[in-house]
Ligand binder design. Sequence first.
Ligand code: FAD
Length: 335
Amino acid sequence: HQSARSTVRSRPFTPSPRLLNTLAVLEHKDGKVSSQSFPVVTAASRFGGPVTVFLAGSGSKEVSEQAAKLNGVEKVIYASNSAYDKGLPENFAPLLVENIKRGHFTHVVGSHSAFGKNILPRASALLDIQQISDCIEIKDENTFVRPIYAGNAIATVRSTDTIKIVTIRGTAFPPAEETSDTATIEEAPIDPNAECTTVWVSENLTRSERPDLGTAPKVVSGGRGLKDKKNFDRLMLPLADALGAAIGASRAAVDSGFADNSLQVGQTGKVVAPQLYLAAGISGAIQHLAGMKDSKVIAAINKDPDAPIFQVADVGLVADLFQAVPELTEKLNAE
Ligand code: FAD
């Protein structure tokens, strides 16, 4: 352990802490900047210094043109090489670290998504820096606000590291908008001898025509109260269709096989903050609330008037969901 630390420390690297210079690490998919990356640019702009965007992987050159138009971006650096596809951290993190050093960045911001959670901690470790995770507010260049204990407490933390490496909760920052201005675009030098130790073999994705749970403006979620998968599909899918909503589920519903794992909302699932979150047959355990309590309007259907979900709900209906959900779906469809 000792020798590993000293190897990292021996690298010559002295950023200038007074000259703020922020790197926003963005994700891209299907030739476009991913939706969870737009708030990253907004968060990066909050530091007040120039914002450079970093993109890597096949197609990143083309995506650079879109990123260069995002409000607040001064420069885009891209590394167009398939070794960096799929955000493989073993390949991506060393490349990112090289670019952080090369650009003398004082702040590095990424999304608290699977991509950000894979890459930024590894880059932080390579730089011997303590990452600040899941920030919901940037108070100043050193001070950050982040939820702890599944959102039951909010911590304000101050970092003394020379470089701040931060992941942000996407729902806490507005997405950066596209402008008519264009930032400069530069290709990152790629070390031809860099060793890419990990290769992407295959993936098996769940495809759905429904809106994406993480970004949909409306979400309907079902819980254990639905009793089985047949009821979940019979009641929740038509309700989601009537509202044009994404489907979510509690962990109890996922564990009981009512819904796919990718639909779990909560501390160990997705964190969502849609305009409308409708929970049916969900009690409102703190671990579930951690994933949805920032939703704009929370509606709940539960037969137990003392269910904790009603403490966070804006609209509550104490009713048997087997009657209320079909009735609601019918009324929505009749509109
Ligand atoms: P229950 O708590 O059993 O609630 C079912 C509700 O349905 C009840 O309130 C009941 O009144 C109502 N109901 C029953 N029948 C009807 C009916 N006919 N009509 C109307 N209402 C009805 N949970 C998550 O959701 N997401 C997470 O990410 C998550 N992470 C966790 C992490 C850890 C470390 C731990 C320990 C737990 C985690 N949990 C998570 C689990 C969490 O504690 C709860 O167990 C879970 O959320 C309960 O799911 P539920 O509300 O569907 O089920």
